[in-house]
Write a protein that binds this ligand. Sequence first.
Ligand SMILES: [Mg+2]
Length: 411
Amino acid sequence: MRTILHIDFNSFFATVEQQANPRLRGKPIGVTGGDRMERTVIGAASIEAKHFGVKTGMHLYDAKRLCPEIILVRGDSDKYLEVTKKFLNIIKDYSPYVEMFSIDEVFIELKNAAVGNSALGVALIIKNRIREEIGEWMRVSIGISYNKLMAKLASNLQKPDGLVVISNQKQAIQILDQIELNEICGIGLRIKKRLNNMGVFSFKDLRLVPLKALLASFKSYGQTLYNMSRGIDNRPILPFFEKEEVKSIGHRHTLSHDTNDQEEIKQLLLKLTELVARRLRAKKLVGRTVSVWYRNSLKVDGGFTGDGMQMTMPYTSDGIEIFRASWKIFHSIWTGDKIRMVGVSISNLKPQNPQNLSLLPETIREEVIIEALDKINDKFGEFTLQRGTLLGTSKMKRMPNPFLSDRRFKL
Ligand SMILES: [Mg+2]
């Protein structure tokens, strides 16, 4: 028998804002705008706002109609990440088996602890430490059970500040029979509808469907549904390993000849910035300080001359934006003389915002495009596909191989 805790912050972004500003406490607030949240939509609602029916993703107009006194607060992902970091630091004291499920949710597995008293004790201590070490306004709901599925369900049953134990399969089935199909993580509205079409409206109904029939309709997910209805879930905890912090990401290239051809240098910068951007995205980071430097072809006293400069811009992992900044920097430092080497790097890095912050359809589309480009380029080599805007900026001539013969490097 395993012991799993699912810990979930209640109304995370909004509660962090209330923690940061006591005047917002106890009031209906909506977090909106900020680095990646849309300005016309509620990105997160406080517990008080939820009482009025305000929901995440709701248009401001509708939110104000439901709750005219709602206070709108600008989102600040740095603040939320800071809280998540502190939270993980507390959690680590109780188990090395920690899975981050989202910015405000984790699963932890306690080994050698029976479901019951000892796990309950750990849960209470964690709740206390969150209040003492993160802030007295912060609230979490904790679910304790024998697998991830039931632990997550348990934490959902009581909000805010909940603590629910589902000790065994018998109890799990009792609870499953009291909830809607889509109240369990893994059954969305679409699957619910398909189940309804099969005459399945409850977990009790679902248990009556033979595995064969579920497999026929849902392929391998049929097995998952079969298990869910019985409170079975064998998924392991996927541990969270702290990664070594990357300070900067850069590329440079030494040409096989000297050049003062603007077009050639532009091509080179385009490629370098696209590579830097791709590595940022691969590491799920965004950066805001762009540095560009170059070396002249002439050696003076045994060394090269050259120049470099940096510039700060809004956080990004977009190759075009990094290119625009780089080209501007290059122009402001380049005297027009022949160069031999040019380099670009981006520093001041932070993790990309979590997915649920990008509510804007355009943003999501852009992310999908970038992801698709990255996949194709990973498979077929750099610059197989480039965006149309990139093509429009200059004549694209594919350079044969000396490109990047002198490797990537870290500052
Ligand atoms: Mg939450």
